[in-house]
Design a protein around this ligand. Structure first.
Ligand code: HEC
Ligand code: HEC
Length: 267
């Protein structure tokens, strides 16, 4: 009986769907908002397709908190586009296999998790944070076209990662490296070991960016060893190197970094 019901529900949604979604442009407002079957369907889809990155409660893990998207001024239509098309040049994937109905179901579910914008003012002084960044971080990280290349470009860090994840990354380090930034040590037959981050690898060779930002290729059988390191090329910044209040300032500054082009963040 339950099975028949859910088949019926899907059928009804599809019929509703085909009339609602026949037009070229998506409707400006979620046609399924508040619909309990849609919310239930959206929960399943969300957990299967989105929770790994955005977290079960949508408060962000690797990817940002998306419970405040409405509070921050995003529209249903813009969010629907983000879900379908992704954010190009970032880890947010396009989802061509999510149908229009499913996209609206996911948004109907997300709406039930929506939170108001936080009321306590954010901590920290972004101007001081920028100075701290220049002194400690810019040697390895680019922001808006300036800085080092050993680490990833952080120009979008304010939208691409939740504050908590960035904080842990700075204080504790990680063993979960982004492709292109895995730490590696090559030991030649003579001379000191060569350290860097791995850009490419096949059976016979490995290409790295060394700590002087030179891209170099090496044949593996000419090396005494090629070792994937477990410690990031980025130092851990404990309280001895970076006080709690400097960390607040730095995080405040990083939260202001929202991309090269404001148009990239669609309403
Ligand atoms: C592989 C990880 C990953 C998966 C899976 C993923 N996302 Fe994302 N998502 C991201 C990242 C990273 C960003 C931030 C991109 C940026 O702007 O730099 C993002 C951004 C977003 C945004 C924009 C937030 C804003 O403030 O503008 C929304 C909305 C969103 N994702 C919803 C979803 C939904 C819904 C799903 C499931 C259908 C999903 N995401 C699946 C990684 C992911
Ligand atoms: C010696 C070079 C180096 C320095 C200095 C450095 N980083 Fe990194 N950082 C890296 C590398 C390499 C990675 C990528 C590998 C990894 O995740 O560990 C990274 C990763 C990161 C990430 C994760 C990026 C992402 O997309 O998830 C953040 C955030 C970050 N660094 C912030 C900082 C901040 C803030 C500072 C200054 C307090 C800093 N880094 C100093 C090399 C550095």
């Amino acid at each position: 009986m339950r099975w028949t019901c859910s088949v019926l529900t899907v059928g009804v949604l599809c019929v509703v769907g085909s009339s609602l979604f026949a037009a070229q442009d998506p409707p400006a407002k979620n046609p399924l908002e508040g619909n309990s079957d849609a919310i239930r369907g959206g929960m399943g889809l969300y957990r299967a397709r989105c929770a790994d990155c955005h977290g079960m409660d949508a408060r962000g893990v690797r990817a940002p908190d998306i419970t405040q998207v409405w509070a921050s001024g995003r529209t249903d239509e813009g969010l629907f586009k983000t879900i379908k098309e992704g954010v190009s040049g970032t880890e947010m994937p396009a989802n061509p296999r999510i149908s229009d109905v499913e996209g609206w179901q996911i948004l109907a579910y997300l709406r039930t998790l929506a939170a108001p914008a936080p009321t306590d003012p954010p901590r920290g002084n972004a101007v001081n944070g920028e100075n701290i960044f220049r002194a400690n971080c810019a040697g390895c990280h680019r922001v808006n076209g300036a800085g080092g290349r050993l680490g990833p470009d952080l120009s979008r860090i304010g939208v691409s990662r939740p504050r908590e994840a960035v904080l842990l990354r700075i204080r504790r380090g990680t063993e979960d490296f982004r492709p292109g930034f895995e730490p590696v040590t090559l030991t030649p037959p003579s001379g000191p070991p060569i350290q860097g981050v791995k850009k490419n690898e096949d059976l016979f060779s490995v290409q790295i960016m060394d700590t002087r930002e030179r891209i170099q290729g090496y044949e593996k059988d000419k090396m005494k060893s090629v070792k994937n390191d477990t410690k990031s090329a980025m130092p851990v910044f404990g309280p001895d190197r970076l006080s709690d209040s400097d960390l607040d300032d730095l995080l405040r500054y990083l939260q202001t970094l929202r991309g090269f082009d404001p148009a990239v963040v669609p309403k």
